[in-house]
Design a protein around this ligand. Structure first.
Ligand code: DGL
Length: 283
């Protein structure tokens, strides 16, 4: 059981920001990742539809015998975390609680900004999580869906992208914050542009870093950390184009090669919604 992989999911390449941290913090763990690029972006989709997609992907990952599941996507976390936690018997973590905890901890004046997809902003999931931890915190949410598009188009190094980011984040000139949560896992790829637009006094929070600490702690408490064998090479699946995924993955993870396989959406659809306390994976 302990040598089984940890599953990660996202709508696209954004979840690789969490995987990158997992490779650092959990070098002994095998990783299976699915990016649902064929159905991206998740941000504008209705909550129920995202929850449905996420359950299909979870079903696919359970078939890869995962021992824990990380929703490496804020939109998926906002739409489906409680559903998956209720239905699965393995540990399931999302990115919103961890990002909120970090922001409250590092924020000097409790003026916290969140940039995310429309779905995450509309869900008010960050507002709820932050208010629970810091009732007097002021929270400014801004949807930045175009950031997902430029990252997926492999344009995050482009000069025009700096301008787009600066234009979008001008909002914070009139709504100042001391801390900004990158509330979409695609956004750490734009961290340099975002920091330049916000200025050096604003602290950026990447929820992926904290999420991996949480999953590490959970696995340790449940005696699920892999102590038996070395990690296998990470396995990546995309419902989209292998070449596009591989190019961004190699650049972001700084590895010479990636093991990427295409999974047709039709295949994922076979999984449907999960039954309660799904136990189809082999322990
Ligand atoms: N990476 C996803 C997130 O963290 C969303 C991107 C999308 O809109 O699909 O919310």
């Amino acid at each position: 059981m302990t040598s089984q992989p940890i599953g990660f999911l996202d709508s696209g390449v954004g979840g690789l920001t969490v995987v990158k941290e997992a490779l650092k913090q959990l070098p002994n763990e095998s990783i299976v990742f699915l990016g649902d690029q064929a159905r991206l972006p998740y941000g504008p989709r209705p909550t129920e539809e995202v929850a449905h997609f996420v359950q299909q992907i979870a079903g696919f990952l359970l078939d890869q015998h995962i021992k824990a599941l990380v929703l490496a996507c804020n939109t998926a976390t906002a739409a489906a975390l409680p559903i998956l936690q209720a239905k699965l018997s393995i540990p399931v973590v999302g990115v919103i609680d961890s990002g909120s905890q970090t922001a409250v901890r590092v924020s000097t004046g409790q003026h916290i900004g969140v940039i995310a997809t429309e779905g995450t902003i509309k869900s008010h999931a960050y507002q709820r999580a932050i208010s629970n931890l810091s009732p007097n915190a002021s929270i400014e949410g801004l949807a930045c869906p175009e950031f997902v598009t430029v990252v997926e188009a492999d344009k995050y190094h482009d000069e025009q992208t700096n301008q787009l980011v600066a234009d979008q984040l001008r909002y914070f000139k009139t709504h100042p914050v001391d801390t900004l949560i990158l509330g979409c896992t695609h956004f750490p790829l734009l961290a340099d542009s975002i920091q330049a637009a916000m200025g050096p006094d604003v602290t950026l929070v990447d929820s992926g870093v904290e999420t991996v600490s949480v999953i590490k702690q959970l696995l340790s408490e449940q005696h699920l950390l892999n102590t038996d064998s070395e990690a296998e090479q990470p396995k990546f699946y995309t419902t989209g184009d292998i070449d596009g995924f591989t190019a961004i993955g190699k650049d972001w993870l700084q590895v010479p090669d990636l093991d990427v396989t295409h999974v047709p959406v039709e295949h994922l659809k076979q999984y449907g919604d999960l039954a309660s306390k799904e136990t189809s994976y082999e322990a």
